[in-house]
Design a protein around this ligand. Structure first.
Ligand code: PLP
Length: 393
């Protein structure tokens, strides 16, 4: 189950990902804080514009050495032919949906609130047919794919129930109807799950989370084949969704520690999950790495680690649960996830606040849930913090 002990070269590749060697022997590339590039003469400029020579023209187009180096690293992480970096996760998702979802989008399972808003409020406004299937309605997928060229979009593990969807099965069924499958792989990270290798066509990330890893940058990523990426690239260029070269350099810096960070997130979350399983005030621990978790078998087949996200369901009402969150001292009460610091949020008061209670229940989200993003602190301190917060319940 771990990345050590085999010849997975992700850790080596991401540290030595470098396009340029400089005159000074710096092991890392300089940051190209430039918007434009000077040409010797008009002929040289036309050679680049007309594709006879490789070269850079204008940074917003994505033609910037710092951004291309980041994209090379992002592609390698998902073992993809190509990747695009974006100013946010939502930029990556919106460009992907506009480029590949215009014939219709079927959203499967629970997805990020912003994605849901985009699909309901904006894609439909543009006339794009959008439908939603919860996990228990997956039998209707073929029926929902009414014409060729549609897009199936999903997240696994999903927020906040950590529900697992079967990526190879979804890919087969989407392809059977001439549709593409896009997976938001933010929760798992490419270290724990490689959707493209499992049959998906497109992978998107909020790089704001694990890829960035320190809660200090906002960025997004798309990984896919050259052909699928090229279509999205045209949208990114004219929607103006590029990230700055400084942010690209900061994200490249973060990627070098991604394999080791994720391994520790996995270990810490499992330690917290195991300790919480036996607490008298905890009804259920939702974590794919626990044998008792309903999606554990499937997760073991398609993931190489179970991630840093887990949800506790307390034997408590909405107010008591909020009070537990408020008493935590190491866990910070904050939205977002994937940073070195541990965070806690109550889904009914944050990510799923806008849904009716009925709708939350249909999705298996209760008032007693606390979603934890387990960071890189000493796990004993995290367990102690949760215990003291629940003991005064
Ligand atoms: C945060 C998040 C997003 C949106 O990413 P931003 O970087 O905030 O735009 C999309 N999907 C998932 C699963 C997320 O957690």
């Amino acid at each position: 189950m771990t990345q050590t002990g085999n010849r997975d070269n992700t850790a080596t590749g991401i540290i030595h990902n470098r396009r340029h060697r400089d005159a000074f022997g710096s092991p890392y590339s300089p940051v190209y804080n430039t918007t434009t590039y000077r040409f010797r003469d008009t002929r040289a400029l036309l050679d680049v514009i007309e594709g006879r020579e490789e070269g850079y023209l204008y940074t917003r187009w994505g033609t910037n050495p710092t951004i291309r180096e980041l994209e090379q690293g992002l592609a390698a992480l998902e073992n993809a032919e190509d990747a695009l970096a974006f100013a946010s996760g939502m930029a990556a998702i919106s460009a992907t949906l506009l480029a590949h979802g215009r014939k219709g989008i079927v959203c499967v399972g629970d997805v990020y609130g912003g994605t849901q808003e985009l699909l309901i409020n904006h894609c439909r406004l543009l006339g794009i047919p959008v439908s939603f299937l919860l996990q228990q309605e997956l039998g209707q997928l073929e029926e929902a794919l009414t014409q060729p060229g549609m897009l199936v979009f999903c997240e696994t593990p999903a927020n906040p129930t950590l529900a697992i969807l079967d990526i190879p099965d979804l890919a087969r069924r989407a392809h059977g109807k001439a549709a593409l499958l896009a997976v938001d792989n933010t929760f798992a990270s490419p270290i724990n799950q490689r959707p493209l290798a499992l049959g998906a066509d497109l992978v998107v990330h909020s790089a704001t989370k694990y890829l960035g890893g320190h809660s200090d940058l906002t960025a997004g990523a798309l990984m896919a084949s050259h052909a699928l990426v090229a279509t999205v690239n045209a949208w990114r260029k004219n929607l103006g969704q590029l990230l700055s070269p400084e942010t690209a350099a900061l994200l490249s810096r973060s990627l070098r520690t991604l394999p080791v960070r994720i391994r520790q997130h996995n270990d810490n979350a499992l330690a917290v999950a195991r300790a919480m399983e036996h607490h008298p005030r905890v009804k259920r621990v939702l974590y794919p790495g626990l044998e008792a978790f309903p999606g554990h078998h499937l997760a073991s087949q398609q993931m190489t680690g179970f991630g840093g996200m887990l949800t506790l369901e307390l034997d408590a009402d909405r107010e008591q649960t909020a009070a537990v969150a408020d008493r935590l001292q190491v866990f910070l009460l904050a939205t977002s996830l994937g940073g070195v610091e541990s965070l806690v949020s109550q889904p009914c008061a944050t990510s799923h606040y806008a849904l009716s209670r009925d709708d939350r229940e249909r999705r298996g989200i209760s008032d007693g849930m606390l979603r934890l993003s387990v960071g890189l602190e000493n796990p004993d301190d995290l367990i102690h913090d949760l215990t003291q917060a629940m003991d005064s319940m």
